[in-house]
Design a protein around this ligand. Sequence first.
Ligand code: ASP
Ligand code: MG
Length: 410
Amino acid sequence: MKLLVQKFGGTSVASIERMEQITKYIGRAYDEGYGVVVVSSAMAGVTDSLIDLAKSADPVPPEREMDVLLATGEQQAIALLSMILRKKGYPAVSLCGWQVPIITDDVHTKARIKKVGVNRIKSLIAEGKIPVVAGFQGITEGGDITTLGRGGSDTTAVALAVALNCDCEIYTDVNGIYTADPRIVSNAKKIDYISYEEMLEMASLGAKVMQIRSVEFAAKYGVRIHVRSSFSDEEGTWILPEEEVMEKVVVRGISLDTSESRITVVKVPDKPGIAAKIFKPLGEAHIVVDMIVQNVSHQGYTDMSFTVNRADAQKAEEIVRKTAKEIGAEDVVRDDRVAKVSIIGIGMRSSYGTAAKMFEVLANKGINIMAISTSEIKISCLIDEKYAELAVRELHSTFIENEEVKTIEA
Ligand code: ASP
Ligand code: MG
């Protein structure tokens, strides 16, 4: 029998009425003969309000108890959804994480899945039932309830698809993955097919449609994911192994990330070992450094800039101020008003002129580039935050709407 995992996010199960509506997707697959496994998030807003509630009990709630509390959100949703499915004649059976079981490590509030048991799910399916599994939660080998981190239901769904060796549908409130944020670019197009690697870059650079870990999981095991809307019947975006992505374009999407800050160490004596002195204490403080730029030196001095997540910026600045004193740098300057715009596409591997074109597009609008970083399938530029949306629109128009780059045919 063909199997299918269908995951519904918070907005898809936000009310009894929404739950009634989504049964049509479940019912359709079931009536077509699929063995359907449903995964549900908590109803929209429930996890947030549980977190608030916990914080009002204790500003720093113990993580084990936090997991016991947070897991109730999904437990509530699967029970209600199963009642509604049964009322409509579909034999649903709700299952909490521990009943599946979804075995995790014991890192509370961000546990990782170690093992997924499929016997119970398989025998339910064999009986013609529809297992409705609580997303986001698992159980340790010692029997404690865990949760998988915000957005973790995506990972539950993909893990089940891996274990059952089937496709995974992710129902959400957008029609799929777009070539750019549609709120910024009105011409943004829905992407039909995207590779895991491109999706990971898009996700880590700000397109927050799925939990990153779930895409990593899917990539590792080759699970095909279909991200689609539970508000329409339209096809969404397929996230696939690279060889199955047919449409050959150089740039698949443009992303924007405004979650970083830039720190500049001014007038550092330019000698061997200085970079190590600056970055070692940051690493020891578990601060992830992203882009790094060292200027050409003048009379034995240079400026060194780098970016960190804005949430770490204050801490990073304090650490670097200490180091700056020790190594005799003149000053440390922090800038929170920066944005990272990126173009992403596996086609860049076999294209030429892409970086030059990107710099030209920004230059034509008088946008200064503060830092650049690249990978095989991505070019990122750090710019002043006030030009962020303009940059995204211009890059989209050049690379996506007009496809102004050439590809070398292999
Ligand atoms: N309910 C959890 C959250 O809001 C998990 C999820 O929805 O995926 O993060
Ligand atoms: Mg989500």
